[in-house]
Ligand binder design. Structure first.
Ligand code: NAD
Length: 258
């Protein structure tokens, strides 16, 4: 079998959180195009249902839409159980749901801080450990988390201390789980995207001036596209990444190189 065939995900069951839009939707489409059945998980159930239908129509994947707030342990446990009940197993998962908040630290309320940390970091902990418990029993599985280049550098000019701290936490959580589970067949990796032109960023009027500044700072002079993350995610979800665990793959057009 050639390498491209080996990279396919035929017969695999994968869930993606934050899959109603942006990077998560694009990842779910890639997993399905590579042959996987994909559960579309999001707090926004209407969006998740629309994406599940779009992906099923386009690829023939046996998709399901599941409403889940990743900050609720109960909802996360129920979501993972539903995925396993539907597909009989869980081969891989992509814990991707996240939010950004630009507020100067001295003006940030504790509630605002907690909201970002709860979704971006605690949500990844809840999902990764719930999926991990299933995968440890199976003896195999690939867990992928979305960190960010913001876990490596402090973005400027916008103030976003909670976001940066949450993403640095995701990178260290990923490495910690990878070490704990290294001998079990369960792998844990994350990706750290640079600025990606999802609808959220492109359609927000208040971000327009910031995009111009980011592009001026970017070595490639542009944002990334969600599609430019697809191949690395398919690689991490599949069997050809069998020696890749504890890795944080930076996909940022060299933004963090200087
Ligand atoms: P997006 O807003 O398009 O997608 C995020 C999705 O998460 C939405 O569908 C939203 O409904 C869902 N969500 C929010 N809170 C949730 C919750 N509590 N439970 C379940 N789902 C919830 O954003 P995106 O740009 O696609 O970002 C996806 C991930 O990528 C995030 O973790 C983000 O921090 C990270 N990221 C984005 C960029 C970028 O430039 N776009 C760069 C680096 C990292």
């Amino acid at each position: 079998m050639g390498i491209i065939e080996k990279m396919r995900l035929d017969g695999k069951a994968i869930y993606v959180t934050g899959a109603a839009s942006g990077i998560g939707k694009c990842a779910a489409m890639a997993f399905a195009e590579a042959g996987a059945d994909v559960a579309i998980v999001d707090i926004n159930i209407e969006g998740a249902e629309a994406v599940a239908k779009e992906i099923a129509d386009a690829t023939g994947s046996r998709t399901i839409a599941i409403q889940c707030d990743v900050t609720s342990q109960e909802q996360v446990e129920t979501m993972v159980a539903k995925v396993v009940e539907t597909y009989g197993k869980l081969d891989a998962c992509y814990n991707n749901a996240g939010i950004a908040l630009n507020v100067p630290a001295e003006e940030m309320t504790y509630e605002q801080w907690l909201k970002v940390i709860n979704i971006n970091l605690n949500g990844v902990f809840l999902c990764a450990t719930a999926a991990g418990r299933v995968m440890l029993k199976q003896g195999y599985g690939s867990i992928i988390n979305t960190a960010s280049m913001s876990g490596h550098i402090v973005n400027v000019p916008q103030p976003q201390c909670a976001y940066n701290a949450s993403k640095a936490g995701v990178i260290m959580l990923t490495k910690s789980l990878a070490i704990e589970w290294a001998k079990t067949g369960v792998r844990v990796n994350c990706i750290s995207p640079g600025y990606i032109g999802t609808d959220l960023i492109m359609n927000a009027p208040h971000l327009k001036p910031l995009i111009e500044q980011w592009n001026a700072m970017a070595p490639m002079g542009r944002l990334g596209k969600p599609e430019e993350l697809q191949s690395v995610l398919v690689y991490l979800a599949g069997d050809t990444s069998s020696f890749t665990t504890g890795s944080d793959i930076v996909v940022d057009g060299a933004f963090t190189c200087f």
